[in-house]
Write a protein that binds this ligand. Structure first.
Ligand SMILES: CCCCCC/C=C\CC(=O)SCCNC(=O)CCNC(=O)[C@H](O)C(C)(C)COP(=O)(O)OP(=O)(O)OC[C@H]1O[C@@H](n2cnc3c(N)ncnc32)[C@H](O)[C@@H]1OP(=O)(O)O
Length: 290
């Protein structure tokens, strides 16, 4: 009785996800999903060159893969990148800069969905962070239960550096990993932590010398649940994560409204435009040098 009550409650908490993965214009798969026959662990690799920036298609592809992993009885999920320099560059700035308003609404709803899907994923989750993970990339990593990172990369919620304030639920993801005082300072500074700093403050759990080692450490973490009953484990995770999730689910429309106003404000658009242009300039001068 109690169990079915809890299950019903959890079902209500789960976002309704009814989207099919859309292929990009180039028809390359935006995510690669492999399930290891022996271990039963699924590895989901982000595969949107050049930097796995999160557009609607990539986020839908992640959601679809998570749904598949939950349905196919995988024992755990490892999130990683097919790119060996960048785990995920965060939200696709093309979606935020001078946006089409209808598309922006869809984009924000899918962004909320992808976080909810990963944050509430019923199987154990770990991120093998084999490249830089700024902003939305950091958010994906912190939605996972465990993080292993390669040396000499950066990770953090750097939104204030390009003029944005992260939404409350994005901040909560940080607060679930970092002590409050540290999270406040890092968020207000828009700090990007180096791998060594991230380990020091507990933003990542381990450092690995190679992607293979990171994947192995993530598998070991997932194996650590072998003695736990899967249903009891997933219900426990959801109960603990519920307060953060409820804040967003209870007011998705309010979050969307706030974000649209915020993104469309001229000051933010100007700041974002300058930031994006500087990124493009840096990329051009790098290409010129090589
Ligand atoms: C309510 C307001 C919204 C709040 C929402 C809160 C949550 C998340 C917000 C975000 O995620 S916004 C995105 C923030 N992302 C960043 O600040 C990262 C920016 N990128 C980088 O720092 C670097 O690109 C990198 C990830 C460290 C990789 O460096 P690398 O040297 O390998 O590559 P680059 O030469 O810099 O870039 C290659 C190519 O990719 C383009 N690009 C990079 N990042 C993005 C991006 N986020 N969106 C779109 N495009 C991106 C970059 O311009 C280059 O393109 P070309 O100029 O060569 O065409």
């Amino acid at each position: 009785m109690l169990r079915s009550k809890i299950l019903n409650r959890i079902r209500l908490l789960k976002p309704v996800i009814d989207r099919r993965c859309m292929s990009s214009a180039s028809k390359t798969p935006l995510t690669l999903l492999e399930v290891d026959d022996k271990s039963g662990i699924a590895t989901l690799s982000l595969n949107r060159p050049p930097v796995n920036s999160l557009n609607i298609d990539l986020m839908n592809s992640i959601i679809e893969s998570i749904t598949e992993i939950e349905g196919n009885k995988s024992r755990g999920l490892i999130l990683t990148s097919a790119n060996d320099r960048v785990f995920c560059a965060g939200l696709d700035l093309n979606e935020l800069h001078k946006p089409n308003q209808e598309r922006l609404k869809e984009f924000w709803a899918v962004f909320q969905d992808v976080w909810l899907a990963l944050h509430l994923c019923s199987v154990p989750t770990a991120a093998a962070i084999n490249g830089h993970a700024p902003a939305g990339g950091c958010l994906l990593a912190t939605a996972c239960e465990y993080r292993v990172m390669l040396p000499q990369m950066t990770i953090g919620l750097n939104e204030t550096q390009f003029g944005y304030m992260a939404p409350k639920w994005v901040m909560l993801s940080y607060l679930s990993v970092l002590p409050r005082r540290l999270a406040e300072r890092a968020l207000t500074q828009g700090k990007l932590f180096t791998t060594a700093e991230a380990l020091d403050v507990g933003l990542v759990d381990e450092i690995a010398a190679s992607k293979e080692e990171a994947l192995a450490k993530c598998s070991t973490f997932i194996d650590s649940f072998s003695k736990a009953n899967p249903l009891a484990r997933s219900l426990t995770k959801k109960q603990i994560r519920e307060p953060d999730v409820q804040k967003l689910i209870a007011d998705r429309a309010g979050d969307l409204k706030e974000c649209l106003e915020y993104i469309n404000s001229p000051l933010l658009q100007d700041g974002l435009g300058a930031y994006f242009e500087a990124l493009k300039q840096k990329s051009r001068s790098k290409a010129g040098k090589s």
